[in-house]
Write a protein that binds this ligand. Structure first.
Ligand code: CA
Length: 356
């Protein structure tokens, strides 16, 4: 012992410094190695869980979205998209695509679930036309330009008795051969019922926007800076004078099968266009003024100043009917809202799941 102390005391100051630096380096290297190893283990475990979940549910492949921060909202749209505010989002899983007809059919076969469009409507107003007393839903019906006087906003939604997810365009339509198309004519309550069956939930509005932006926080579109880079459309939206002229320059006059356009940087498909997607949140036009900065869960109640008597839920993503002239709903900050029992031929959903 005394020999070692003596020999240490003979070490020059330069060697001692080198030994200390080397020791510190080894310590930090070891610490970083353990940290990276543990994180790699966690990622592997989560991947395995995701795979198991996808195999089990048969209700849609999911993608793990890493937690992070974003500036939520937009300044190029309606006033309810403001103010811009920073939001922290915990990691979560989200479906790679909107729920398809095939997946929804699996749910209905397993549970016998009957959607609200297939049920006798409740609380119909006394003044409502007779067809509103029959089961049905809203179908996009392009107006004849010749029948609309100049300066008049044309009606293009029609309540069609017999319209449902099995007959999205009305009783004479069907979904044969459209297994990979997004399910439509499903209201918010139908979407929640599906999500519960699949062991999932609807995404929050913040999660939906965060997943759509995929790290590109300040770009106007989920695919980048330009609407049509290189002259190509990157989502199924509307081209032409809405609602009269449908040029279908993106290849689809109506709905498209899910995944017809390139994914975003998280590998998610159709985060813009095709169908509006239900979110879990109630809609409030002024929610961003005082919403929490970490995992905002949505307000406790709804307020749409344009229709104050009707509580509404949030929709995101835009649809095949969205165009620059009707709010460009495909922008990542764009918000829409509908009553929870409302169903139409441009509305679908995808599910999310919390990371345990
Ligand atoms: Ca289109």
């Amino acid at each position: 012992m005394s020999v070692n102390t003596a020999s240490l005391s003979k070490v020059s100051p330069a060697t001692r410094s080198a030994l200390i630096i080397g020791g510190l380096f080894l310590f930090w290297f070891g610490f970083a190695f353990v940290w990276v190893f543990k994180d790699a283990q966690r990622i592997h475990r989560e991947k395995m869980e995701t795979r198991a979940l996808n195999l089990l549910s048969g209700a849609g492949e999911m993608v793990l979205i890493p937690g992070g921060k974003m500036t939520m909202g937009a300044t190029d749209g309606a006033s309810d998209e403001q103010p811009l505010h920073d939001v922290k989002v915990r990691g979560f899983w989200i479906d790679k695509t909107a729920v398809t007809n095939e997946q929804f059919a699996r749910f209905v076969a397993a549970t016998g679930y009957i959607t609200f469009a297939e049920r006798q409507p409740e609380n119909v107003e006394a003044a409502a036309p007779p067809e509103r007393r029959q089961p049905g839903a809203f179908v996009f019906t392009p107006p004849d330009p010749a029948s609309v006087p100049p300066g008049i906003q044309p009606a293009y939604w029609r309540y069609v008795p017999g319209a449902s997810w099995r007959h999205p365009g009305g009783p004479d339509s069907n979904i044969t051969g459209k297994e990979k198309f997004p399910v439509t004519q499903v209201c918010w309550d139908d979407a929640v019922a599906f999500a519960r069956w699949a062991g999932k939930r609807l995404p929050s509005e913040a999660e939906r926007e965060y997943a759509a932006r995929a790290g590109a926080m300040h770009l106007p579109f989920v695919w980048g800076r330009e609407l049509t880079p290189g002259g190509r459309w990157k989502a199924n939206v509307w081209q032409g004078h809405f609602p009269f002229e449908n040029k279908a320059e993106d290849g689809f006059a109506g709905l498209a099968p899910v995944g017809s356009f390139p994914p975003n940087d998280y590998g998610l498909l159709d985060m813009a266009g095709n169908v509006w997607e239900w979110c879990a949140d109630w809609y409030r036009a002024d929610y961003y003024v005082k919403s929490p900065h970490a995992d905002p869960p949505g307000p406790e109640s709804s307020m749409d100043p344009g229709e104050a008597s009707v509580p509404k839920r949030v929709l995101r993503g835009g649809s095949f009917l969205s165009s620059e002239t009707n709010g460009a709903g495909y922008r990542p900050g764009a918000r829409w809202k509908k009553a929870p029992r409302f169903a139409s031929s441009e509305i679908g959903f995808r599910c999310a799941r919390s990371v345990p």
